[in-house]
Ligand binder design. Structure first.
Ligand code: HEM
Length: 265
C-alpha cells in the first residue's frame, strides 16, 4: 500500500507528454510505474531456481517444442559459446603474460609444450568465431520474426550493444598472440579510430588533438606497443566479458518481462 502511494508521488512528477512517448514506455513502461507491477529480479531468480531443482513439475509442451524450431535456440547457443569462451579463456590466462617480450613465446609454448594447450587455444579461437556468427544469426532471426516490436524494442537495443561488445571482444583478442598478423591488424583497426568523426583527430568535425583522440586512448601512445597490449588484454579478459555477462542478465530479464519469447503460439 505504502509502495503504491510512493509510486504515485513519483508518477506525478513526470509530465504526461513524456510518459506517452514510445521511448519512455519502452524503457520504463512496465518497470516502474502503473498498475502492472513486474516480477522483481529476485522473484524471477527464485522461480528459475525452483524450476532448475525440479521443485515445480517440468513438462516439455508442444509450445516449447515449437519455440525451439522458431528461434533455433540461436540466442541460447550464443550463451553457450560465451560460457565456453570464459572457461577456455581462464585456462589460457594461466600461461599467458601480456608482455611484448613474452606474449609470442607464451603462445608458442601453449602450442608445443603445455599439455592440451593447442586444444584449449583452438577451442577458444573457433568458439570466438562461432559466437560472432551465432549472435549475428540470432539478430537476423529476431528481425525476420519482427520480435523487435513493442514490448521488445528495448531488448533489441540491448542486443545491438551485445553485438558490438561481442565484436570488440574478438578485436581485442586479435592482438594478444603478438605476431605480425596481430600487430598490423590492430594497427589498421585502431587507425580507423583516428579517422572517426568527432572523436578521431583526423576525422570530420574533429574536436580532439592528435595525442588525445580515441585512437591514442586505445593505443596508449602513438603506435601499437606495450601499453596497447596491456590495455587490450584488460579489455579482452576482464572489462568486456563482465559487460557482456551483465547485459546478458538484463537481456534475459527483459525477455521474462515481455512474457517470454515471442512465438508462433
Ligand atoms: C551476446 C549476444 C546475445 C545473447 C547471448 C542473446 C541471448 C538471447 C536469448 C537466449 C534469447 C531467447 C530466444 C532465443 O534464443 O532466440 C534472446 C531473445 C532476444 N534477443 Fe538476444 N541475445 C544476444 C544478442 C542479441 C542481438 C544482437 C539482438 C538484436 C539486435 C537481440 C535481440 C533479442 C530480442 C528482441 C529477443 C526477444 C526475441 C523474442 O521474444 O522472440 N539479442 N536473446
Amino acid at each position: 500500500m505504502e509502495n503504491k502511494e510512493e509510486d504515485k508521488k513519483v508518477d506525478d512528477i513526470i509530465p504526461d507528454v513524456v510518459k506517452e512517448t514510445q521511448a519512455w514506455k519502452a524503457v520504463f513502461g512496465d518497470l516502474i510505474f502503473g498498475e502492472f507491477r513486474p516480477l522483481s529480479p529476485f522473484n524471477s531468480l527464485m522461480r528459475g531456481i525452483a524450476k532448475l531443482m525440479q521443485l515445480t513439475p517440468y513438462n516439455m509442451s508442444v509450445g516449447g517444442k515449437r519455440i525451439i524450431l522458431y528461434t533455433f535456440c540461436l540466442g541460447g547457443l550464443s550463451v553457450f559459446f560465451f560460457s565456453l569462451l570464459a572457461c577456455t579463456g581462464a585456462f589460457l590466462m594461466i600461461y599467458y603474460n601480456p608482455d611484448v617480450n613474452a606474449a609470442y613465446a607464451n603462445i608458442e609454448d601453449m602450442r608445443y609444450i603445455v599439455p592440451f594447450g593447442v586444444l584449449i587455444r583452438n577451442m577458444h579461437r573457433w568458439t570466438a568465431h562461432l559466437m560472432v556468427l551465432f549472435v549475428a544469426l540470432h539478430m537476423l532471426r529476431v528481425y525476420l520474426t519482427a520480435a523487435y516490436k513493442p514490448p521488445r524494442e528495448l531488448n533489441w537495443v540491448v542486443g545491438v550493444i551485445l553485438l558490438v561488445m561481442t565484436m570488440l571482444a574478438s578485436f581485442t583478442g586479435y592482438l594478444l598472440p603478438w605476431d605480425q598478423l596481430a600487430y598490423w591488424g590492430v594497427t589498421i583497426g585502431t587507425s580507423m579510430g583516428a579517422n572517426a568523426p568527432v572523436l578521431g583527430a583526423k576525422g570530420p568535425f574533429a574536436i580532439l588533438p592528435p595525442g588525445g583522440d580515441v585512437n591514442s586512448v586505445l593505443l596508449g601512445g602513438t603506435s601499437v606497443g606495450q601499453p596497447t597490449l596491456l590495455r587490450f588484454y584488460l579489455l579482452h579478459a576482464i572489462a568486456i566479458p563482465l559487460g557482456i555477462a551483465g547485459l546478458m542478465g538484463f537481456h534475459f530479464w527483459r525477455i521474462r518481462r515481455a512474457g517470454g519469447v515471442s512465438g508462433p503460439l
